[in-house]
Design a protein around this ligand. Sequence first.
Ligand code: FEO
Ligand code: CA
Ligand code: CA
Length: 643
Amino acid sequence: MDEIEDIGSNPRVRESIEEIIARRFSRRGALLAALGTVAAVEAAAQGAGQGRGPTPMRGGPSTTSFPELRQQLAMDHAVAEDHEAHVVIRWGDPVVPDAPPFEPAQLSAEAQAMQFGYNNDFIAVLPMTPGAPIGDRALLWANHEYTNTNLMFPGLGGNPREARARVTAAQVAVEMAAHGGSLVEIERVDGRWRPVATPRLNRRITADTPMRISGPAAGHPLLRTQADPTGRAVRGTLNNCAGGTTPWGTILTCEENFNFYFGGQNPDAAQAEALRRYGIRPEGGYAWFRHVARFDMAQEPNEPNRFGWVVEIDPYDPDSVPVKRTALGRFKHEGAAHALAPDGRVVIYMGDDERFDYVYRFVTARPWNPNDRAANRDLLDEGVLSVARFEADGTMRWLPLVHGQGPLTEANGFASQADVLIHARRAADLLEATPMDRPEDVEANPATGRVYVMLTNNDRRTAAQVNAANPRPANAHGHVIELIPPGAPGRPDHAAETMRWGLFLRAGKPGQDAGAEYHRATSQDGWLSCPDNCAFDSKGRIWIATDGANTAAGIADGVWVADTMGPGRALTRLFYQAPIGAEVCGPWILPDDSALFLAIQHPGEGGDSHFEAPSTRWPDFAAGMPPRPSVIAVTKKGGGPIG
Ligand code: FEO
Ligand code: CA
Ligand code: CA
């Protein structure tokens, strides 16, 4: 969500506002000037493919064998030629039985609340019963992170900020219904995945769905509102970016840029510092606060404290109430991927996606119970949240955010563990965690136990602000860090207090972007920009999805795959490329490697692209049909493992 991204709010890192504005203006200006009509897009696309040598071999030292895709910038997507991609479900497709047909020129909140939402991000594909193998039928979960107002509704023009400010109350209701997530039963027919005709578990979660707040911060005075004097019941989830699953088969969906939905003057002066630390401002980002009282801080000063959490949803019980698990802390949550400690405790790795913010980990107090699903129901309410500090000697330490320990005391404004969790960023500041270059997915590779941290970019880090784990100033393309937990082979201790770490790759174009670093056999198509989400196949290879589309620079997002060990380590190879304006999210690989599911988010975003004149009409390419964020599945032609 580039247009309304935040500028960073960590008070430990300061830069003059003039410098920020100057840099922002020049970058945005270049992009706007270059991107406008479809003609401009095609001209840019032609430029992007020039000056190439022959396409490299089928992998060299890499264990992958597909013919590498050529980088392109086009209205359609593309996949390595011995694979095929098909759409599983699109924005507006029916989810709940009796959902009305999609009518893009006449959206209604009622219809949208029954249809697939906008901007699919995290996806998970689960078996039809917890713990069972996946056959030809499965359960697809998709987050719906945010809405591109000017691509959804006619007549709002090409400036996203202005479009967001101009929406009506009825349009806000549509946007709220397009947020949240979708649960969709899918089936494989003739090698293609599609929604089933008569689902039993399908469900829409929106910005209005009743939810419960649990864990140490539930009921805290800062979580109480006029509508909910208990501080334990909240409506909806916002800006659900990445996520995860649990060993007992629930979904973890993460609230990321929740600040943009709130506006108005907060009358509670005591909250001023906290609001600043989370980038919550009177002018807001969306217009929701002008139309819905609870998003107006002048009316509900505490409502923003009820967002920024990880939400657990049981997909197997259609009547289950989603639960905000406060023990996992409040920040701009990217994802929540799990691993297991040798003793069975569950470890959740998490990133706080903002410039100069932190990497976190949560370890449950008790092991999970594989024999009694109900025994795990509230496992995520008790445990220790920690934040990462990286040292230059190649070690890193998990610093516990526990009330009463170190500086997290009453004298510093933390009267309880609830205070620590609600103000997790400030607690982590006091522990002197390492300010990172926008932490996105943090995921353990099940094949090796090593943990990969996607750091997407940070164009505002100065030369004076670099550290060993974030070594490049003005880091426009990001990097990937590898954590190595201690433990015997096959028994990595994800709960250990200290780990070793190293750099896996530094993104950008070799020879052009200073410090870009991959395997030296990486091809001219194998470099990437802005790693965001990742997944691992059964061979332990990493599949990296990017969020760095830049039409002016001829960069489209895509999926690159690399070995993590052996002679092909960090040899990234281009496998899939998204349509123009889209980022790629939610990579999810079936356990038998027979399909890669991808969330293609915000196709057509950027520049002057809008409802009447989008830069692409992917995936339908029908007159009058706007671009539609969609979940796709990529399979090998003729079947078999991908890659
Ligand atoms: Fe929603 Fe951090 O990307
Ligand atoms: Ca993301
Ligand atoms: Ca993203």
